[in-house]
Write a protein that binds this ligand. Sequence first.
Ligand SMILES: NC(=O)c1ccc[n+]([C@@H]2O[C@H](COP(=O)([O-])OP(=O)(O)OC[C@H]3O[C@@H](n4cnc5c(N)ncnc54)[C@H](OP(=O)(O)O)[C@@H]3O)[C@@H](O)[C@H]2O)c1
Length: 306
Amino acid sequence: MLFNPAARKLMKFLTVICFILTSTCFSTIAYAQSTPEPAQKVALVTGSTSGLGRAVALRLGAMDYFVIVHGRNRERGMEVVKEIEDSGTGGARFYGADLGSFDQVREFGAAVLNDFDRLDVLINNAGIGSAPAQRLLSEDGHELRFQVNHLSHFLLTHLLLPLLRDSSPSRIVNVSSGAQQAIDFDDVMLEKNFSGRRAYAQSKLAQILFTIDLAENLMAEDILVNTLHPATLMDTGMVRRSGARPRATIAEGVDAVMQLVIAADIGSGNYFSRQRSVRANRQAYDAAARARLWALSEELTGLARE
Ligand SMILES: NC(=O)c1ccc[n+]([C@@H]2O[C@H](COP(=O)([O-])OP(=O)(O)OC[C@H]3O[C@@H](n4cnc5c(N)ncnc54)[C@H](OP(=O)(O)O)[C@@H]3O)[C@@H](O)[C@H]2O)c1
């Protein structure tokens, strides 16, 4: 009965109705109450309310994953949940959290640990691009792109590691970019010489440095960690806001991300440009720079004090 598609659809419909009727009693950041089927794989995609993350979430849903949809925009998040659930294969639930706030990241991480028994795939995809040109600060007082693109994913990944360990073999995919610039440790927050492109490229390289060290730390635990440039100038809001003309389809980026989610013999600690393993900016292979970034990230996120 539980595996009959019509019965599954009815159960999902009833749980959403129950949620609507009771939602005023809860102060949770989760907005729908479907739960994974027994043995169903669970994937979390940050920034899955639009662009690449949205398309990856839909692909995972079509492959029968239960998808934890995340972003700030509840309406767009619920549309993704509905699209996955209406397809009759996967399941989904939306969580709202602003990655510009460590408090919200911690609340999100705690909710996922509380609500799920497994996490097979974590895709750190949410991001702010090179636009706008202004230097913006996060709620915690850090340069916004460095926090949203790197620091908050560093924190979220650490919060979710116990669940990823329990679910191993599991995988982490960090969505970086071919736009990379060496981190200036004397001016990480870009107080001098700020540009949106520089802020974006520094934060994207930080994700690659993080990937290499995390992969090494998790080598013995059957958790694969890889990072990639998904495709060049996909037709997403980020690209349109930058004023560039789209040159690639979102589907190309989804294929590249999915290779890191499902391909056998993909290795760990690698940087891919689309579907090819390549070298990143040379700072990624500087062990001292990686150690410095790791220590700084632990300090800024508060993990060093735990
Ligand atoms: N587009 C490209 O050609 C390209 C190329 C290389 C790499 N990438 C990378 O691909 C990833 C996805 O980019 P995209 O092009 O799909 O961009 P997008 O369409 O702008 O989507 C960005 C996603 O990130 C979320 N997000 C942004 N700021 C957030 C915040 N403060 N807190 C929580 N979520 C936040 C957005 O959700 P809400 O709006 O709901 O907050 C949205 O779902 C990024 O990491 C980007 O660097 C893209």
